[in-house]
Write a protein that binds this ligand. Structure first.
Ligand code: SAH
Ligand code: SF4
Ligand code: F3S
Length: 459
């Protein structure tokens, strides 16, 4: 503990944006108990590993990282300082007490639905290390986390995440999320609105609504009815100061007409849609239990593009799902060619304990997976480059986020989620500046302010 009596907490997050959001809520719940956040593990009285269970590689990371944390604890002990080690997130939920058996020195294992109990759990673990809390259900958590309470919402920039829905009832046959995050639960509209207003008041200009199935949102509205995500965004678009709305991750089955209309009608809803398809083969989609066909997906893309012609689409792909043939894979490549994506994440199938696909016969051999992944990523890379190149010469609104790599340079985001760097010339974080894209750099697009005269070269 520091001399002034404050304790320090360090949270390292893996996995999806919901873990990033949860990490901030953990820090918020500990702040009134006298904990300050630190970015330096060696400085922390409490080290939290906020883990991801989605693929084997992600899940195994925690065990190597725990080795490092134990070394930090040993060093700190030499100075007479104690360190509590916490495993949170989806591995905590999936493996529970097993973690205590596999790794030495863990004081507390806490699942995503129990973060509001952190102060008490840490206290309990101080008296007797090896506490496990992986209780469901989700409902209580949101009511107790600072985002929804009277606590001041602390913004950490001009862009923020806001969880509106958690959990999943879809049970895709490859996926652990329904087991780690539980059943779908939506926060009520008033709680989201209050959090959004606080974020805006703290300087946030862009909010990304989060949910494992964000467009299955069905939270209770002030009128007592269940609101859709489209209706929620219509309301959020009225919050003063909130200029940009995004949402992730959507499921194709839950893209309803109201949500598509929101893209057409609301300038605040950014022209970007992450819509995972996983595969372009009907046989694989059926085996995955995605419950839609490739044609359903292609039709949906047409509808979304009709509503918002300039929308940028991104997706997730799995190659080597059990039973996937070369012909199935070609169907995926064909779907990618037809749609044209601005960005994408792609993965080799990873069998997960307890999921139906892990027990399917016809697991695909590693070399075939590697080959398919390379081909798929080459095509998606090509599309990403083409999408970025097509922006050159256009003027786009850039939300300024931070200083760039060179003095005077600023970096922000285009509506299409591209990083754009430009000479700031008086602009500041939070400004939305029209920028003409003039080229592509290695990590971002390069642009020039379009709202003021170009700087004259000095002789
Ligand atoms: N809710 C989102 C996805 C959440 S998981 C959806 O429905 O699409 C993020 C991505 O991880 C998935 O889209 C999928 O592409 C990938 N993924 C999930 N389980 C996986 C597994 N067992 N092996 C490989 N990739 C997986
Ligand atoms: Fe996983 Fe499917 Fe749910 Fe997405 S929809 S979280 S892939 S089970
Ligand atoms: Fe990973 Fe859990 Fe997110 S498994 S992807 S951290 S919901």
């Amino acid at each position: 503990m520091a001399q002034d009596g404050t304790r320090k907490v360090y949270v390292k997050s893996y996995g999806c944006q919901m873990n990033v959001y949860d990490a901030q809520r953990m820090a918020d719940v500990l702040a009134p108990e006298g904990y300050a956040e630190t970015a330096d593990m060696a400085d922390a009285d409490v080290v939290v590993l906020n883990t991801c269970h989605i693929r084997e590689k992600a899940a195994e990371k925690v065990y190597s990282e725990l080795g490092r944390v134990r070394e930090v604890r040993r060093d700190r002990a030499l100075d007479g300082r104690e360190t509590q080690i916490v495993v949170a997130g989806c591995v905590a939920q999936a493996e529970g007490g097993e973690i205590l058996r596999r790794a030495k020195g863990v004081d507390l294992v806490v699942g995503p639905q129990s973060y509001h109990r952190l102060p008490g759990l840490l206290e309990q673990a101080r008296r007797s290390p090896g506490v496990v809390d992986t209780e469901f259900p989700a409902a209580a958590k949101f009511d107790h986390l600072p985002g929804a309470s009277r606590e001041k919402t602390r913004a950490r920039g001009v862009s923020a995440f806001l969880t509106v829905q958690e959990g999943c009832d879809k049970f895709c046959t490859f996926c652990v999320v329904p087991y780690t995050r539980g059943a779908e639960a939506s926060r009520p509209v008033y709680a989201i609105l209050r959090e959004a207003e606080r974020l805006a008041a703290a300087g946030v200009r862009e909010v990304t609504l989060l949910g494992q199935n964000v467009n299955a949102y069905h939270g209770q509205g002030p009128d007592g009815a269940a609101w859709t995500l489209g209706a929620l965004m219509r309301r959020l678009a009225e919050v003063p100061g909130l200029e940009r709305l995004r949402y992730t991750t959507s499921h194709p089955r839950d893209m309803d007409a109201e949500l598509i209309a929101a893209h057409r009608d609301l300038p605040a809803v950014m022209p970007y849609l992450h819509l995972p398809v996983q595969s372009g083969s009907d046989a694989v989609l059926a085996a995955m239990n995605r419950r839609h066909t490739r044609d359903d997906y292609l039709r949906l893309v047409d509808q979304v593009r009709a509503a918002r012609p300039d929308i940028a689409l991104s997706s997730d792909f799995i190659v080597g799902f059990p039973g996937e043939t070369d012909a199935d894979f070609r169907d995926t490549m064909d779907l990618i060619e037809r749609v044209g994506f601005a960005a994408a994440y792609s993965f080799k199938y990873s069998p997960r304990p307890g999921t139906p696909a892990a027990d399917m016969a016809a697991q695909v051999a590693e070399p075939a997976m590697t080959e398919r992944l390379h081909a798929l990523q080459a095509l998606l890379d090509h599309q990403l480059r083409a999408f970025n190149a097509a922006t050159i010469g256009r003027t786009v609104d850039v939300l300024v986020e931070r200083p760039g790599r060179h003095p005077g340079q600023l970096v922000g985001k285009s509506p299409y989620l591209q990083a754009v760097a430009f000479e700031g010339r008086g602009a500041a974080a939070g400004d939305i500046i029209p920028v003409t894209v003039v080229g592509t750099g290695s990590y971002s697009l390069l642009g020039e302010r379009a709202d003021i005269e170009p700087e004259r070269a000095t002789a």
